[in-house]
Write a protein that binds this ligand. Structure first.
Ligand SMILES: Nc1ncnc2c1ncn2[C@@H]1O[C@H](COP(=O)(O)OP(=O)(O)OP(=O)(O)O)[C@@H](O)[C@H]1O
Ligand SMILES: [Mg+2]
Length: 384
């Protein structure tokens, strides 16, 4: 392979799209041509030839203006190129002058760099900060308001003072819980790729969680019914504190969204060879919000079934997004910040487990989590 062949092969193999453009006269728009387009550029711009009229490959006026600036003013220029279609992408276009060739042609190099993912991450970060500050601002504004009132006209009103201090306590608790949830979420995300250590007896743990949820259930008049678990133990691989968080969040939701006096059922099943084997008995639309990579595991399933309002099918995919709450449940007694299921999902991912929701409007909801059972210790390869 000669040096120039190697050079051509390298340019063609570059993952980022590259074009070399020539132009003779600023006023001759159709005279601008690309004289080299590597494979990535041909794919991006959907062109087949390695050279041709520039306008046939690129029609974006901003990109064309950037090309002109490099060709005729010999200045570096940048622009953004958005592709349309099902998977729209956003690329940063950089144009550099390559000077003037022997035949008097102005030359420029156009490179494209895909920034779709960077932008998506940035948008998520901005949304997250906006949501978190909004959630903190609301109770904070209420606290400030009551402080002002207590300093002003309610200064000597004992009854009002007690009432306001009670509300202020609730708001402060809300802020503290939000911060605790956010901290917990970021710690779980940080550890998501570190496999959990230890084993947990799910029968014992669920029993404790149900006991802990009893006062909340009593407040709402909700009956917690544990389907008699098989006597004995169900050992799963995982971290106790995190599994407790999962069970607590699911129970909390089931109780919170149940009508007064309704029952919430908790079922436990072990020895399942795959997630689908424990499909909920009701014929409800179901969606997997977290699923482990396929592996020859045996799972234990914990199912929390409520007779609450249920969730419309179109809202199911968003349930585990941070701060997501179904419209119409954003105020009133069923308060929350929408972090619970995000926490559950990340813990289940870390545990190589699954999270499945089955629900329909007016039909109640069933949330099922699957944990790999502690049988064969990790790292031991079974002989086949
Ligand atoms: N059992 C359920 N029945 C009906 N809707 C539910 C149920 N569980 C969750 N949802 C819906 O999903 C949303 C997200 O739940 P998630 O647990 O993440 O947040 P939250 O309960 O609103 O707040 P948090 O758990 O942070 O206190 C809820 O706001 C609610 O709209
Ligand atoms: Mg919740």
């Amino acid at each position: 392979m000669s040096a120039s062949q190697l050079y051509a092969a390298v340019v063609n193999a570059l993952p980022d799209p590259i074009l070399v453009v020539v132009g003779f006269d600023r006023d001759d728009l159709t005279g601008r041509r690309y004289i080299l387009a590597n494979a990535a550029a041909r794919e991006l711009l959907r062109i087949t030839a390695e050279e041709g009229m520039l306008l046939s490959a690129v029609r974006d006026p901003d990109v064309l203006a950037a090309v002109d600036k490099a060709l005729f003013d010999e200045l570096d220029a940048e622009s953004i190129y958005e592709t349309t279609g099902a998977q729209s992408r956003s690329l940063r276009v950089r144009v550099r002058s390559l000077g003037i060739g022997q035949d008097g042609a102005h030359l420029a190099l156009v490179t494209f760099h895909d920034e779709t993912e960077v932008r998506r991450v940035e948008r998520t970060r901005v949304d997250f900060l906006a949501n978190a500050s909004h959630e903190l601002r609301t109770p904070l504004a209420s606290l400030s308001g009551f402080i002002e009132t207590l300093r002003g006209h309610a200064r000597n009103d004992v009854a009002a003072r007690d009432k306001f201090l009670g509300i202020m306590q609730t708001q402060a608790d809300r802020m503290a819980r939000l911060i605790a949830d956010l901290t917990s979420l970021s710690r779980i995300e940080l550890d998501e790729h570190v496999p959990p250590r230890g084993t947990v007896d799910l029968v014992l743990l669920v029993g404790e969680a149900v006991e802990a949820a009893a006062p909340l259930a009593a407040q709402r008049g909700v009956k917690l019914e544990c389907r008699p678990f098989a006597p004995g133990t169900v050992h799963v691989r995982g971290e106790r504190d995190q599994i407790i968080q999962v069970v607590q969040n699911l129970l909390d939701n089931a109780i919170k969204y149940s009508p007064d006096g309704a029952g919430v059922r908790i079922e436990l099943q072990s020895g399942l060879s795959e997630l689908a084997a424990a499909a909920s008995p009701e014929n409800l639309p179901r969606l997997s919000l977290a699923a482990p990579d396929p592996s020859p595991e045996t799972y234990a399933a914990l199912r929390v079934i409520d007779l609450g309002p249920g969730i419309a099918r179109q809202n199911l995919p968003r349930l585990s997004e941070r701060f997501y709450r179904v419209d119409g449940q954003k105020s009133g007694a069923r308060s929350g910040t929408g972090l619970g299921l995000a926490i559950v999902k990340h813990i289940m991912n870390r545990h190589r487990g699954g999270l499945v929701v089955a629900s329909a409007e007016g039909e109640g909801s069933t949330f099922t989590v699957y944990f790999p059972m502690a049988g064969a210790p990790e790292g031991v390869v079974k002989a086949s």
